[in-house]
Design a protein around this ligand. Structure first.
Ligand code: NAP
Length: 543
């Protein structure tokens, strides 16, 4: 057993990343009296909300349910302008939180972690950055996010293009001038779908390159005015109680009924109501059996298909925009205003890649099997190396030679979506198998709270080490594998299975048991003094 000393570390808690999760983890660590530091690759805080600054990037979870709920004062003083805030407001909010709680002096921006090596003898992580610094930390919380490594498609000639090319997830700080430009958007997930209506009126022409059509529905955003602010402030405790206990982490009121409770006519009227509901309410406030009863889901899809046919003037374009290979909710649907309407503009076109695939990008534009098109700007809205991308690129080496890059090549194995056997004292809230379908920050808050509560408990009870046993991990992974086929996000050709990245193994990357299973596993682990063997003490030496 190692002999360790507290003088052997530079910092007790190292948080990697200063996005939504990292900022909260840093706040909790400092509040608990740990020496703590956050390293952030970006030149500013915000994580995805720092990098994804393309026009009209915004929440599609309600602002006040996505934002922090740990402080009533913060909740009351930050007056969100809209039900679904835009990126500049979100980035402003996260900077406000950092300053309000005195966190900025604990954050090193512009610093990317390039390796994290577990040193058994010192019971310590030795972390190296791209600036050449080395830092020793007792505990590491890697809040590096599931959507932080942009995925560029493997298309021939990508580097040959002489115009401007940008990924939505690595957008330039200087606003792009779309005025009068010929633009290609590749990808129609939530990012591409948000971008198209935002630029269509400025550009000379925009072509949206679509591989798989999506069940996009209107966001139904609204400004938040005085009375609504007051209501939110007055109901803080109630809101926190709902967000903390709801399986999805939203405030949406459930439908309270199954599809079979309504007649066919009543169902159509109900679908109209759902169409007009905000954001994810189309999933969370829909019939209880919408995601389990294939027939009712098909009926709802037909309702949505009719909406697309009604909105889009050109019948051929409308048909191409209607998904044929997955049910509503089986892939993560975008919630965006005026998406389908954009295709009625004379300067907007849909390129259906299933009919005319891209052959190559060249100096002046894009070649499909149909023809060549010239562009000034190409936008890659092609998603991310979801779930594992950042963790496997960070040079993480644990005990007994565990190398995340190698060991997770067949898919990640973990406990509770934030820890792993052979990775002592290393947590990754917001990582793979962490969140189920729902409002991400509410899942990650559950995880961060449990992690910090555990670190406090360890400090109070003389433990220096946390590592889930192989049995803990096996039990969690069995749950993941058993319930994955029952998840609503069942389409295997989605980034939730890693299918969007060429060569990535297809394994389910969400937590199909949701918050209920997360809490069940964590409660069971923390029910004994040593957390079922996950907590251990290491012999200490005085220096
Ligand atoms: P995404 O959902 O993964 O969508 C990527 C798009 O690019 C898909 O349409 C995909 O087509 C297409 N694509 C990928 N590789 C391609 C290739 N080689 N050729 C042609 N098309 C290709 O990515 P995203 O839109 O950036 O969204 C990712 C996640 O970010 C979302 O699930 C969501 O969690 C989050 N997000 C949230 C918001 C918000 O409103 N709050 C906004 C944006 C993003 P296929 O479908 O055929 O693979």
């Amino acid at each position: 057993m190692a002999n360790i000393s507290d003088d052997d570390v530079d910092v007790e808690v190292l948080v990697i990343g200063a996005g939504v999760v990292g900022i909260y983890a840093l706040y909790r660590a400092i509040e608990a009296g740990f020496s703590a530091l956050s390293m952030e690759a970006g030149d500013g805080v915000g994580g995805v909300w720092y990098w994804n600054r393309y026009p009209a990037a915004r929440f599609d979870s309600e602002s006040y349910t996505y934002g922090y709920i740990f402080s009533k004062e913060l909740f009351e003083e930050w007056r969100w302008k809209e039900e679904f805030a835009t990126q500049p407001e979100i980035e402003g909010y996260l900077n406000h939180v950092v300053d309000r709680f005195g966190l900025r002096r604990h954050i090193r921006t512009g610093t990317r972690v390039v390796s994290a090596l577990w040193e058994e003898a010192g019971n310590v992580w030795v972390v190296t950055t791209d600036r050449g610094d080395t830092l020793r930390a007792r505990w590491v919380i890697s809040a590096t996010g599931g959507l932080s490594v942009p995925h560029y498609p493997e298309i021939e000639g990508l580097d040959d293009f002489r115009g401007e090319a940008h990924h939505t997830g690595a957008w330039p700080h200087t606003p792009l001038d779309f005025d009068g430009k010929r633009v290609a958007i590749i990808g129609n997930g939530p990012s591409g779908a948000q971008l198209l209506p935002a630029i269509v009126d400025d550009v000379e022409a925009v072509d949206l390159y679509q591989r798989t059509p999506t069940w996009t529905t209107p966001l139904n955003n609204a400004p938040i005015a005085g009375e609504r602010h007051q209501w939110l402030s007055d109901h803080f405790d109630e809101i926190v109680a709902i967000l903390t206990s709801s399986p999805s982490g939203f405030l949406h009121e459930p439908a309270g009924k199954f599809s079979t409770d309504d007649s066919p006519e009543e169902r159509q009227a109900f679908y109209e109501k759902i169409w007009k509901s905000p954001g994810f309410a189309k999933l969370t406030a829909n019939y209880y059996d919408m995601t389990t009863n294939r027939e009712v889901n098909l009926e709802f899809c037909e309702f949505l298909a009719d909406k697309i046919r009604t909105i889009v003037d050109d019948p051929m374009t409308a048909e191409r925009l209607i998904p044929k290979d997955h049910l509503f909710g089986a892939k993560r649907p975008p919630f965006v205003a005026n998406y389908f309407e954009s295709f009625n503009k004379p300067n907007a076109s849909l390129i259906a890649l299933r009919e005319t695939p891209i052959v190559r990008v060249d100096a002046t534009g894009i070649d499909t099997t149909e023809r060549h098109r010239d562009y000034d700007i190409i936008v890659y809205a092609t998603g991310f190396d979801f779930g594992t991308g950042a963790l496997t690129r960070m040079g993480v080496r644990g005990r007994e030679g565990l190398d995340l890059h190698v060991d997770w090549a067949d898919g990640p194995s973990d406990f509770a979506g934030f820890s792993a056997h052979l990775l002592p004292n290393f947590f990754f809230p917001g990582g793979p198998h962490g969140a189920g379908g729902g409002n991400y920050p509410r899942y990650s808050q559950d995880q961060v709270d449990w992690i910090l509560d555990t670190l406090i408990y360890a400090r109070e009870h003389g433990f220096d080490r946390f590592e889930p046993t192989a049995a803990h991990q096996d039990a969690w992974m069995t749950m993941v594998e058993t319930l994955a086929p029952l998840s609503i996000f069942s389409a295997e050709h989605s980034h939730y299975y890693g299918a969007n990245v060429e060569g990535k193994v297809r394994k389910f990357l969400l937590n199909p048991g949701g918050r209920a299973k997360l809490h069940e596993f964590l409660d069971e682990m923390s029910a004994t003094h040593d957390f079922g063997g996950a907590l251990t003490a290491v012999a200490r030496v005085s220096v």
